[in-house]
Write a protein that binds this ligand. Structure first.
Ligand code: FAD
Length: 502
Protein backbone atom coordinates (compact mmCIF):
# COMPACT_ATOMS: atom_id res chain seq x y z
CA UNK A 1 0.00 0.00 0.00
CA UNK A 2 1.33 3.48 -0.92
CA UNK A 3 1.85 5.58 2.21
CA UNK A 4 -0.23 8.64 2.98
CA UNK A 5 1.44 12.02 2.63
CA UNK A 6 3.32 11.86 5.92
CA UNK A 7 1.20 13.28 8.67
CA UNK A 8 1.85 13.51 12.37
CA UNK A 9 -0.48 11.24 14.28
CA UNK A 10 -0.34 11.44 18.04
CA UNK A 11 -1.87 8.64 20.07
CA UNK A 12 -2.84 9.33 23.67
CA UNK A 13 -2.67 6.20 25.83
CA UNK A 14 -0.46 3.15 25.25
CA UNK A 15 -3.00 0.58 26.46
CA UNK A 16 -4.01 -2.22 24.07
CA UNK A 17 -6.21 0.03 21.94
CA UNK A 18 -3.75 2.95 21.71
CA UNK A 19 -0.89 0.61 20.90
CA UNK A 20 -2.82 -1.09 18.10
CA UNK A 21 -3.99 2.28 16.72
CA UNK A 22 -0.36 3.46 16.69
CA UNK A 23 0.61 0.33 14.75
CA UNK A 24 -2.08 0.95 12.14
CA UNK A 25 -0.96 4.60 11.75
CA UNK A 26 2.72 3.66 11.62
CA UNK A 27 2.13 0.96 8.99
CA UNK A 28 0.60 3.68 6.80
CA UNK A 29 3.74 5.76 7.05
CA UNK A 30 2.58 8.42 9.54
CA UNK A 31 5.05 10.01 11.92
CA UNK A 32 3.58 8.52 15.11
CA UNK A 33 4.06 9.84 18.64
CA UNK A 34 2.58 7.94 21.58
CA UNK A 35 2.00 9.78 24.85
CA UNK A 36 1.35 7.65 27.91
CA UNK A 37 0.62 8.77 31.45
CA UNK A 38 2.47 5.88 33.07
CA UNK A 39 6.00 4.64 32.75
CA UNK A 40 6.78 1.98 30.15
CA UNK A 41 4.83 -1.14 31.05
CA UNK A 42 7.89 -3.22 30.12
CA UNK A 43 9.92 -1.54 32.82
CA UNK A 44 9.83 -3.89 35.86
CA UNK A 45 9.39 -0.99 38.29
CA UNK A 46 6.16 0.22 36.61
CA UNK A 47 3.08 -0.27 38.77
CA UNK A 48 1.35 -3.16 37.05
CA UNK A 49 -1.84 -2.31 35.20
CA UNK A 50 -3.60 -5.07 37.06
CA UNK A 51 -3.65 -2.79 40.06
CA UNK A 52 -6.62 -1.13 38.45
CA UNK A 53 -7.36 -3.51 35.58
CA UNK A 54 -8.12 -7.21 35.43
CA UNK A 55 -5.04 -9.39 34.92
CA UNK A 56 -6.41 -11.54 32.17
CA UNK A 57 -9.15 -11.14 29.63
CA UNK A 58 -11.19 -13.05 27.10
CA UNK A 59 -9.89 -12.35 23.60
CA UNK A 60 -12.24 -13.20 20.75
CA UNK A 61 -12.65 -12.82 17.00
CA UNK A 62 -13.07 -9.04 16.82
CA UNK A 63 -9.85 -8.40 18.71
CA UNK A 64 -8.05 -11.16 16.80
CA UNK A 65 -9.23 -9.90 13.43
CA UNK A 66 -8.11 -6.37 14.22
CA UNK A 67 -4.60 -7.64 14.92
CA UNK A 68 -4.75 -9.82 11.79
CA UNK A 69 -5.50 -6.70 9.72
CA UNK A 70 -2.64 -4.72 11.29
CA UNK A 71 -0.24 -5.83 8.54
CA UNK A 72 2.41 -6.83 11.07
CA UNK A 73 3.81 -10.22 10.04
CA UNK A 74 4.10 -12.59 12.96
CA UNK A 75 2.20 -10.38 15.42
CA UNK A 76 -0.96 -12.42 15.62
CA UNK A 77 0.84 -15.78 15.83
CA UNK A 78 2.97 -14.47 18.66
CA UNK A 79 -0.08 -13.13 20.51
CA UNK A 80 -2.12 -16.30 20.06
CA UNK A 81 0.76 -18.48 21.21
CA UNK A 82 0.35 -16.88 24.64
CA UNK A 83 -3.36 -17.64 24.98
CA UNK A 84 -5.39 -20.49 26.45
CA UNK A 85 -8.46 -21.67 24.53
CA UNK A 86 -11.70 -21.56 26.53
CA UNK A 87 -14.25 -23.78 24.80
CA UNK A 88 -17.10 -23.05 27.14
CA UNK A 89 -18.31 -22.09 30.56
CA UNK A 90 -18.06 -24.44 33.50
CA UNK A 91 -20.94 -23.81 35.85
CA UNK A 92 -20.21 -24.76 39.46
CA UNK A 93 -22.80 -25.53 42.10
CA UNK A 94 -23.94 -27.85 44.85
CA UNK A 95 -26.95 -30.12 44.93
CA UNK A 96 -27.98 -32.31 47.83
CA UNK A 97 -24.61 -31.64 49.48
CA UNK A 98 -22.64 -32.75 46.41
CA UNK A 99 -20.51 -30.42 44.32
CA UNK A 100 -21.17 -30.48 40.58
CA UNK A 101 -19.65 -28.97 37.46
CA UNK A 102 -21.60 -28.51 34.27
CA UNK A 103 -19.88 -27.64 31.01
CA UNK A 104 -21.72 -25.44 28.48
CA UNK A 105 -19.82 -25.14 25.21
CA UNK A 106 -19.68 -21.70 23.66
CA UNK A 107 -20.23 -22.77 20.12
CA UNK A 108 -21.84 -25.69 18.41
CA UNK A 109 -19.19 -25.41 15.66
CA UNK A 110 -16.33 -25.73 18.13
CA UNK A 111 -15.17 -22.13 18.04
CA UNK A 112 -13.73 -20.79 21.29
CA UNK A 113 -12.56 -17.65 23.04
CA UNK A 114 -9.08 -17.28 24.48
CA UNK A 115 -7.74 -16.26 27.86
CA UNK A 116 -4.94 -13.74 27.48
CA UNK A 117 -2.73 -11.85 29.88
CA UNK A 118 -3.53 -8.16 29.47
CA UNK A 119 0.00 -6.96 30.21
CA UNK A 120 1.53 -9.62 27.93
CA UNK A 121 -0.61 -8.50 25.01
CA UNK A 122 0.15 -4.86 25.69
CA UNK A 123 3.89 -5.52 25.86
CA UNK A 124 3.81 -7.47 22.61
CA UNK A 125 2.16 -4.54 20.83
CA UNK A 126 4.67 -2.09 22.33
CA UNK A 127 7.58 -4.31 21.21
CA UNK A 128 6.16 -4.28 17.70
CA UNK A 129 5.98 -0.47 17.75
CA UNK A 130 9.51 -0.21 19.13
CA UNK A 131 10.79 -1.78 15.93
CA UNK A 132 9.25 0.88 13.70
CA UNK A 133 11.48 3.86 12.84
CA UNK A 134 8.55 6.29 12.50
CA UNK A 135 7.28 5.73 16.07
CA UNK A 136 8.37 7.68 19.15
CA UNK A 137 7.24 6.93 22.72
CA UNK A 138 6.71 9.56 25.38
CA UNK A 139 6.08 7.73 28.64
CA UNK A 140 5.22 9.62 31.83
CA UNK A 141 3.44 12.27 29.77
CA UNK A 142 -0.05 13.20 30.86
CA UNK A 143 -2.32 15.01 28.42
CA UNK A 144 -3.57 18.12 30.21
CA UNK A 145 -5.06 20.21 27.40
CA UNK A 146 -5.83 20.28 23.70
CA UNK A 147 -6.95 22.85 21.15
CA UNK A 148 -8.56 20.87 18.35
CA UNK A 149 -8.87 23.87 16.03
CA UNK A 150 -5.22 24.86 16.23
CA UNK A 151 -4.13 21.21 16.72
CA UNK A 152 -2.01 21.86 19.75
CA UNK A 153 -1.81 19.70 22.86
CA UNK A 154 -0.18 20.11 26.26
CA UNK A 155 1.35 17.45 28.48
CA UNK A 156 2.75 17.29 31.99
CA UNK A 157 6.14 15.60 32.04
CA UNK A 158 5.80 13.44 35.08
CA UNK A 159 9.27 11.89 35.06
CA UNK A 160 11.01 15.28 35.33
CA UNK A 161 11.91 16.54 38.82
CA UNK A 162 9.31 19.03 39.99
CA UNK A 163 10.75 22.45 40.87
CA UNK A 164 7.46 24.33 41.31
CA UNK A 165 4.00 23.22 42.39
CA UNK A 166 3.39 21.33 39.12
CA UNK A 167 5.51 19.16 36.80
CA UNK A 168 6.90 20.95 33.72
CA UNK A 169 4.59 21.13 30.72
CA UNK A 170 5.35 20.76 27.01
CA UNK A 171 3.37 21.90 23.99
CA UNK A 172 3.20 19.89 20.78
CA UNK A 173 1.33 20.17 17.50
CA UNK A 174 -0.21 17.42 15.44
CA UNK A 175 -2.26 16.67 12.35
CA UNK A 176 -4.43 13.97 13.83
CA UNK A 177 -4.94 12.86 17.43
CA UNK A 178 -6.27 9.45 18.49
CA UNK A 179 -7.59 9.41 22.06
CA UNK A 180 -7.23 5.90 23.51
CA UNK A 181 -6.76 7.02 27.08
CA UNK A 182 -9.35 4.85 28.76
CA UNK A 183 -12.62 5.34 30.58
CA UNK A 184 -11.58 8.60 32.25
CA UNK A 185 -10.27 9.99 28.99
CA UNK A 186 -8.73 13.46 29.00
CA UNK A 187 -9.07 13.57 25.20
CA UNK A 188 -12.83 13.03 25.50
CA UNK A 189 -13.01 15.72 28.17
CA UNK A 190 -11.39 18.28 25.84
CA UNK A 191 -13.27 16.99 22.80
CA UNK A 192 -16.54 17.86 24.57
CA UNK A 193 -15.62 21.53 24.36
CA UNK A 194 -15.47 21.32 20.57
CA UNK A 195 -17.98 18.71 19.45
CA UNK A 196 -21.65 18.84 20.44
CA UNK A 197 -21.22 15.64 22.36
CA UNK A 198 -24.01 13.67 24.00
CA UNK A 199 -22.60 11.95 27.02
CA UNK A 200 -23.96 9.42 29.48
CA UNK A 201 -22.10 7.81 32.36
CA UNK A 202 -23.33 5.24 34.85
CA UNK A 203 -21.69 3.35 37.69
CA UNK A 204 -23.46 0.07 38.30
CA UNK A 205 -24.12 -1.09 41.86
CA UNK A 206 -21.63 -3.95 41.50
CA UNK A 207 -17.95 -3.76 42.50
CA UNK A 208 -15.28 -6.31 41.62
CA UNK A 209 -12.31 -7.74 43.46
CA UNK A 210 -9.69 -10.06 42.02
CA UNK A 211 -8.31 -13.26 43.60
CA UNK A 212 -5.67 -15.72 42.49
CA UNK A 213 -6.10 -19.47 42.49
CA UNK A 214 -2.58 -20.90 42.64
CA UNK A 215 -1.55 -23.95 40.60
CA UNK A 216 -1.70 -27.24 42.48
CA UNK A 217 1.46 -28.52 44.17
CA UNK A 218 2.55 -30.44 41.07
CA UNK A 219 2.25 -27.23 39.03
CA UNK A 220 -0.95 -28.13 37.18
CA UNK A 221 -4.27 -26.31 36.90
CA UNK A 222 -6.67 -26.88 39.79
CA UNK A 223 -9.66 -26.66 37.43
CA UNK A 224 -10.19 -27.43 33.77
CA UNK A 225 -7.98 -24.89 31.95
CA UNK A 226 -10.19 -24.76 28.88
CA UNK A 227 -13.22 -23.23 30.52
CA UNK A 228 -14.31 -19.93 31.93
CA UNK A 229 -15.52 -21.01 35.36
CA UNK A 230 -18.65 -19.44 36.85
CA UNK A 231 -20.16 -19.79 40.29
CA UNK A 232 -23.52 -18.09 39.69
CA UNK A 233 -25.06 -16.52 42.77
CA UNK A 234 -28.24 -14.78 41.52
CA UNK A 235 -27.32 -11.32 42.83
CA UNK A 236 -23.56 -11.82 42.45
CA UNK A 237 -21.03 -14.24 41.01
CA UNK A 238 -17.49 -15.52 41.16
CA UNK A 239 -15.59 -16.38 37.98
CA UNK A 240 -12.17 -17.81 37.15
CA UNK A 241 -10.09 -17.46 33.97
CA UNK A 242 -6.95 -19.55 33.31
CA UNK A 243 -3.48 -18.03 33.08
CA UNK A 244 -0.37 -19.35 31.32
CA UNK A 245 1.36 -20.16 34.65
CA UNK A 246 -1.40 -22.68 35.50
CA UNK A 247 -3.03 -20.33 37.99
CA UNK A 248 -6.50 -18.82 37.61
CA UNK A 249 -7.44 -15.20 38.00
CA UNK A 250 -10.80 -15.06 39.69
CA UNK A 251 -13.12 -12.16 40.13
CA UNK A 252 -15.81 -11.62 42.71
CA UNK A 253 -18.63 -9.42 41.39
CA UNK A 254 -20.81 -8.27 44.27
CA UNK A 255 -23.14 -5.34 45.03
CA UNK A 256 -21.34 -2.48 46.81
CA UNK A 257 -23.71 -2.78 49.76
CA UNK A 258 -22.72 -6.42 50.16
CA UNK A 259 -19.01 -5.54 50.04
CA UNK A 260 -19.73 -2.98 52.77
CA UNK A 261 -21.39 -5.69 54.92
CA UNK A 262 -18.39 -7.97 54.49
CA UNK A 263 -16.07 -5.09 55.34
CA UNK A 264 -18.04 -4.45 58.53
CA UNK A 265 -17.85 -8.09 59.62
CA UNK A 266 -14.81 -9.69 57.91
CA UNK A 267 -15.27 -12.88 59.90
CA UNK A 268 -18.28 -13.71 57.67
CA UNK A 269 -16.23 -13.71 54.45
CA UNK A 270 -15.18 -17.36 54.57
CA UNK A 271 -18.69 -18.58 55.42
CA UNK A 272 -20.12 -16.39 52.69
CA UNK A 273 -17.81 -18.05 50.16
CA UNK A 274 -18.48 -21.55 51.49
CA UNK A 275 -22.19 -20.95 51.35
CA UNK A 276 -22.46 -19.18 47.99
CA UNK A 277 -19.50 -20.41 45.95
CA UNK A 278 -19.24 -24.09 46.87
CA UNK A 279 -15.89 -25.71 46.28
CA UNK A 280 -13.85 -22.50 46.23
CA UNK A 281 -12.75 -22.40 49.89
CA UNK A 282 -10.64 -24.22 50.98
CA UNK A 283 -10.24 -26.45 47.88
CA UNK A 284 -9.04 -23.72 45.52
CA UNK A 285 -8.13 -20.85 47.86
CA UNK A 286 -7.24 -21.39 51.53
CA UNK A 287 -9.26 -19.52 54.14
CA UNK A 288 -6.26 -17.40 55.15
CA UNK A 289 -5.42 -16.58 51.56
CA UNK A 290 -9.01 -15.62 50.81
CA UNK A 291 -9.09 -13.18 53.71
CA UNK A 292 -5.68 -11.77 52.78
CA UNK A 293 -6.52 -11.26 49.11
CA UNK A 294 -9.90 -9.76 49.93
CA UNK A 295 -8.35 -7.19 52.22
CA UNK A 296 -5.32 -6.41 50.04
CA UNK A 297 -6.83 -6.31 46.55
CA UNK A 298 -8.84 -3.24 45.59
CA UNK A 299 -12.63 -3.32 45.34
CA UNK A 300 -13.22 -1.48 42.10
CA UNK A 301 -16.26 0.07 40.42
CA UNK A 302 -17.67 -0.71 36.99
CA UNK A 303 -18.50 2.14 34.69
CA UNK A 304 -20.63 2.29 31.58
CA UNK A 305 -20.09 5.22 29.22
CA UNK A 306 -21.94 6.11 26.05
CA UNK A 307 -21.19 9.18 23.99
CA UNK A 308 -21.50 10.52 20.46
CA UNK A 309 -19.86 11.65 18.25
CA UNK A 310 -16.45 10.05 18.53
CA UNK A 311 -14.64 12.79 16.60
CA UNK A 312 -14.22 16.47 15.90
CA UNK A 313 -13.47 17.91 12.47
CA UNK A 314 -10.41 16.22 10.94
CA UNK A 315 -8.29 16.56 14.05
CA UNK A 316 -9.34 13.97 16.63
CA UNK A 317 -11.11 10.64 17.21
CA UNK A 318 -11.60 8.67 20.41
CA UNK A 319 -11.46 4.87 20.54
CA UNK A 320 -11.76 2.01 23.03
CA UNK A 321 -12.84 2.73 26.60
CA UNK A 322 -12.42 6.45 25.94
CA UNK A 323 -15.38 6.19 23.57
CA UNK A 324 -17.45 3.41 25.13
CA UNK A 325 -16.30 1.96 28.45
CA UNK A 326 -18.58 -0.96 29.23
CA UNK A 327 -19.15 -3.47 32.00
CA UNK A 328 -17.14 -6.68 31.43
CA UNK A 329 -19.97 -9.21 31.23
CA UNK A 330 -19.80 -9.89 27.50
CA UNK A 331 -15.98 -10.01 27.44
CA UNK A 332 -16.06 -7.41 24.70
CA UNK A 333 -14.59 -4.16 26.10
CA UNK A 334 -11.10 -4.61 24.72
CA UNK A 335 -12.28 -6.60 21.71
CA UNK A 336 -14.62 -3.76 20.74
CA UNK A 337 -11.82 -1.23 21.30
CA UNK A 338 -9.46 -3.15 19.03
CA UNK A 339 -12.25 -3.41 16.48
CA UNK A 340 -12.67 0.39 16.63
CA UNK A 341 -9.12 0.66 15.30
CA UNK A 342 -9.83 -1.62 12.37
CA UNK A 343 -13.08 0.16 11.53
CA UNK A 344 -11.50 3.63 11.83
CA UNK A 345 -8.73 2.69 9.42
CA UNK A 346 -11.21 1.09 7.01
CA UNK A 347 -12.79 4.53 6.73
CA UNK A 348 -9.48 6.40 6.61
CA UNK A 349 -8.30 4.06 3.85
CA UNK A 350 -11.54 4.50 1.94
CA UNK A 351 -11.09 8.29 2.03
CA UNK A 352 -7.36 8.30 1.41
CA UNK A 353 -6.33 11.35 -0.66
CA UNK A 354 -4.92 10.48 -4.04
CA UNK A 355 -1.18 11.15 -4.53
CA UNK A 356 -0.57 14.78 -5.54
CA UNK A 357 -3.95 16.01 -4.26
CA UNK A 358 -4.35 19.69 -3.31
CA UNK A 359 -2.72 20.85 -0.04
CA UNK A 360 -5.33 20.62 2.68
CA UNK A 361 -7.15 17.94 0.67
CA UNK A 362 -6.09 15.29 3.14
CA UNK A 363 -7.79 17.20 5.97
CA UNK A 364 -11.06 17.31 4.07
CA UNK A 365 -10.85 13.62 3.29
CA UNK A 366 -9.99 12.78 6.89
CA UNK A 367 -12.89 14.85 8.14
CA UNK A 368 -15.27 12.86 5.93
CA UNK A 369 -13.71 9.61 7.06
CA UNK A 370 -14.03 10.55 10.74
CA UNK A 371 -17.57 11.72 10.33
CA UNK A 372 -18.55 8.46 8.61
CA UNK A 373 -16.68 6.45 11.24
CA UNK A 374 -18.48 8.23 14.07
CA UNK A 375 -21.90 7.67 12.53
CA UNK A 376 -21.18 4.04 11.79
CA UNK A 377 -19.53 3.11 15.04
CA UNK A 378 -21.55 4.91 17.71
CA UNK A 379 -24.66 2.81 17.12
CA UNK A 380 -22.61 -0.38 17.37
CA UNK A 381 -20.85 0.81 20.52
CA UNK A 382 -24.14 1.67 22.18
CA UNK A 383 -25.53 -1.77 21.37
CA UNK A 384 -22.61 -3.68 22.87
CA UNK A 385 -22.68 -1.45 25.97
CA UNK A 386 -26.32 -2.40 26.50
CA UNK A 387 -25.76 -6.08 25.77
CA UNK A 388 -22.89 -6.17 28.25
CA UNK A 389 -25.14 -4.69 30.94
CA UNK A 390 -27.92 -7.18 30.22
CA UNK A 391 -25.52 -10.09 30.22
CA UNK A 392 -24.76 -9.71 33.91
CA UNK A 393 -28.21 -11.03 34.72
CA UNK A 394 -27.58 -14.00 32.44
CA UNK A 395 -24.14 -14.82 33.80
CA UNK A 396 -24.99 -14.68 37.47
CA UNK A 397 -28.42 -16.25 37.23
CA UNK A 398 -30.02 -17.30 33.94
CA UNK A 399 -27.11 -19.57 33.09
CA UNK A 400 -28.66 -22.26 35.27
CA UNK A 401 -32.14 -21.79 33.84
CA UNK A 402 -33.63 -24.67 31.78
CA UNK A 403 -35.27 -22.11 29.49
CA UNK A 404 -31.91 -20.50 28.73
CA UNK A 405 -30.49 -23.91 27.90
CA UNK A 406 -33.53 -24.81 25.79
CA UNK A 407 -33.24 -21.70 23.64
CA UNK A 408 -29.51 -22.27 23.16
CA UNK A 409 -30.18 -25.88 22.22
CA UNK A 410 -32.92 -25.00 19.72
CA UNK A 411 -30.86 -22.26 18.08
CA UNK A 412 -27.80 -24.47 17.81
CA UNK A 413 -29.79 -27.35 16.35
CA UNK A 414 -31.32 -25.05 13.72
CA UNK A 415 -27.90 -23.55 12.98
CA UNK A 416 -26.43 -27.01 12.30
CA UNK A 417 -29.34 -28.83 10.67
CA UNK A 418 -30.90 -25.98 8.68
CA UNK A 419 -27.87 -23.87 7.71
CA UNK A 420 -29.88 -22.11 5.00
CA UNK A 421 -31.80 -20.22 7.70
CA UNK A 422 -28.53 -18.65 8.89
CA UNK A 423 -29.40 -19.06 12.56
CA UNK A 424 -26.82 -18.63 15.29
CA UNK A 425 -26.88 -17.73 18.95
CA UNK A 426 -26.30 -14.09 19.80
CA UNK A 427 -23.23 -15.13 21.77
CA UNK A 428 -21.61 -16.83 18.79
CA UNK A 429 -22.28 -13.86 16.51
CA UNK A 430 -20.78 -11.46 19.04
CA UNK A 431 -17.76 -13.58 19.91
CA UNK A 432 -16.94 -15.47 16.72
CA UNK A 433 -17.82 -13.11 13.88
CA UNK A 434 -17.11 -9.54 12.82
CA UNK A 435 -20.74 -8.67 12.07
CA UNK A 436 -21.75 -5.25 13.31
CA UNK A 437 -23.03 -5.38 16.89
CA UNK A 438 -26.20 -3.60 15.80
CA UNK A 439 -26.78 -6.21 13.11
CA UNK A 440 -26.22 -9.03 15.62
CA UNK A 441 -28.80 -7.54 17.97
CA UNK A 442 -31.29 -7.14 15.12
CA UNK A 443 -30.87 -10.78 14.09
CA UNK A 444 -31.12 -12.05 17.67
CA UNK A 445 -34.36 -10.14 18.17
CA UNK A 446 -35.76 -11.53 14.93
CA UNK A 447 -34.85 -15.08 15.98
CA UNK A 448 -36.46 -14.42 19.36
CA UNK A 449 -39.70 -13.30 17.69
CA UNK A 450 -39.77 -16.38 15.48
CA UNK A 451 -39.17 -18.60 18.50
CA UNK A 452 -42.02 -16.96 20.43
CA UNK A 453 -44.39 -17.37 17.53
CA UNK A 454 -43.40 -21.03 17.15
CA UNK A 455 -43.67 -21.69 20.87
CA UNK A 456 -47.01 -19.91 21.03
CA UNK A 457 -48.33 -21.97 18.14
CA UNK A 458 -46.98 -25.10 19.80
CA UNK A 459 -48.59 -24.14 23.12
CA UNK A 460 -51.90 -23.36 21.40
CA UNK A 461 -51.74 -26.70 19.59
CA UNK A 462 -50.92 -28.48 22.82
CA UNK A 463 -53.64 -26.73 24.78
CA UNK A 464 -56.21 -27.40 22.03
CA UNK A 465 -55.23 -31.04 21.98
CA UNK A 466 -55.48 -31.35 25.73
CA UNK A 467 -58.80 -29.44 25.78
CA UNK A 468 -60.19 -31.84 23.27
CA UNK A 469 -58.89 -34.73 25.30
CA UNK A 470 -60.34 -33.28 28.53
CA UNK A 471 -63.68 -32.63 26.89
CA UNK A 472 -63.66 -36.10 25.45
CA UNK A 473 -62.88 -37.75 28.74
CA UNK A 474 -64.78 -35.34 30.93
CA UNK A 475 -61.59 -34.17 32.64
CA UNK A 476 -61.61 -31.03 34.75
CA UNK A 477 -60.55 -27.63 33.33
CA UNK A 478 -57.77 -27.14 35.90
CA UNK A 479 -55.36 -29.22 33.82
CA UNK A 480 -56.15 -27.14 30.73
CA UNK A 481 -55.60 -23.87 32.59
CA UNK A 482 -52.31 -24.98 34.02
CA UNK A 483 -51.04 -26.18 30.65
CA UNK A 484 -52.07 -22.95 28.94
CA UNK A 485 -50.26 -20.98 31.63
CA UNK A 486 -47.08 -23.08 31.29
CA UNK A 487 -47.11 -22.64 27.51
CA UNK A 488 -47.41 -18.87 27.75
CA UNK A 489 -44.71 -18.73 30.44
CA UNK A 490 -42.34 -20.82 28.36
CA UNK A 491 -42.69 -18.69 25.25
CA UNK A 492 -42.29 -15.40 27.12
CA UNK A 493 -39.16 -16.65 28.93
CA UNK A 494 -37.66 -17.82 25.67
CA UNK A 495 -37.54 -14.25 24.41
CA UNK A 496 -35.57 -13.09 27.40
CA UNK A 497 -33.25 -15.98 28.17
CA UNK A 498 -30.46 -17.57 26.24
CA UNK A 499 -29.04 -14.53 24.54
CA UNK A 500 -25.44 -15.44 25.33
CA UNK A 501 -22.79 -14.54 27.83
CA UNK A 502 -19.14 -14.78 28.54
P1 FAD B 1 -6.97 1.32 28.86
O1 FAD B 1 -6.59 -0.10 28.92
O2 FAD B 1 -7.62 1.93 30.05
O3 FAD B 1 -5.66 2.16 28.49
C1 FAD B 1 -5.67 3.57 28.54
C2 FAD B 1 -4.24 4.08 28.67
O4 FAD B 1 -4.27 5.50 28.62
C3 FAD B 1 -3.60 3.69 29.99
O5 FAD B 1 -2.34 3.12 29.75
C4 FAD B 1 -3.52 4.99 30.76
O6 FAD B 1 -2.39 5.05 31.62
C5 FAD B 1 -3.40 6.02 29.63
N1 FAD B 1 -3.87 7.37 29.99
C6 FAD B 1 -4.97 7.69 30.74
N2 FAD B 1 -5.08 9.03 30.85
C7 FAD B 1 -4.05 9.56 30.16
C8 FAD B 1 -3.63 10.92 29.92
N3 FAD B 1 -4.29 11.97 30.41
N4 FAD B 1 -2.52 11.12 29.16
C9 FAD B 1 -1.82 10.07 28.65
N5 FAD B 1 -2.18 8.79 28.85
C10 FAD B 1 -3.28 8.52 29.59
N6 FAD B 1 -12.46 -6.71 27.75
C11 FAD B 1 -12.45 -7.77 26.92
O7 FAD B 1 -12.41 -7.60 25.69
N7 FAD B 1 -12.51 -9.04 27.41
C12 FAD B 1 -12.58 -9.30 28.75
O8 FAD B 1 -12.64 -10.45 29.17
C13 FAD B 1 -12.59 -8.19 29.66
N8 FAD B 1 -12.64 -8.40 30.99
C14 FAD B 1 -12.64 -7.32 31.84
C15 FAD B 1 -12.73 -7.55 33.21
C16 FAD B 1 -12.77 -6.48 34.09
C17 FAD B 1 -12.90 -6.74 35.56
C18 FAD B 1 -12.69 -5.15 33.58
C19 FAD B 1 -12.72 -3.98 34.51
C20 FAD B 1 -12.59 -4.92 32.22
C21 FAD B 1 -12.58 -5.99 31.32
N9 FAD B 1 -12.50 -5.80 29.94
C22 FAD B 1 -12.51 -6.87 29.09
C23 FAD B 1 -12.46 -4.44 29.37
C24 FAD B 1 -11.03 -4.03 29.01
O9 FAD B 1 -10.23 -4.09 30.15
C25 FAD B 1 -11.02 -2.61 28.46
O10 FAD B 1 -12.04 -2.45 27.52
C26 FAD B 1 -9.67 -2.30 27.79
O11 FAD B 1 -8.63 -2.34 28.72
C27 FAD B 1 -9.71 -0.92 27.14
O12 FAD B 1 -8.46 -0.63 26.57
P2 FAD B 1 -8.05 0.86 26.24
O13 FAD B 1 -6.70 0.76 25.60
O14 FAD B 1 -9.15 1.54 25.52
O15 FAD B 1 -7.95 1.59 27.65
Amino acid sequence: MAPYTQQKTVVIGAGPVGALAALYAARRGDAVEIYELRDDLRNPSTIPLNFTKSINLALSERGINSMRQAQCPGLLDAVLAETIPMHGRMIHGEEHGKLYEQSQTYDVRGRFIRAIDRAGLNKRLLDELERMPNVTFYFNHKLTGADFNRRIAWFEQRSKPVAGPRPPEIEINFDFMIGADGAHSAVRFHLMKYARMTYQQEYIETLWCEFRIDPSLDGTFRLSPNHLHIWPGQEFMFIAIPSMDSSFTSTLFLPASHFAELDRSPSTLVDFFKDRFPGVVPDLISEADLVKQYSENPHLPLINIKCAPFHYSSSVAILGDAAHAMVPFYGQGMNAGLEDVRVLYDFLDAYRPSPGSMPGGSDGMRERALSEFSKFRTSDAHVINDLALRNYQEMRSDVTSPIYKLRKWIEEKISIHVPLLGWATQYSRISFTNERYSEVERKAQRQGRILIRSMTMLSVGLVSGVSWWAWRWGNNSGTVGRLAHSGALLSSKLTRDGKGLT
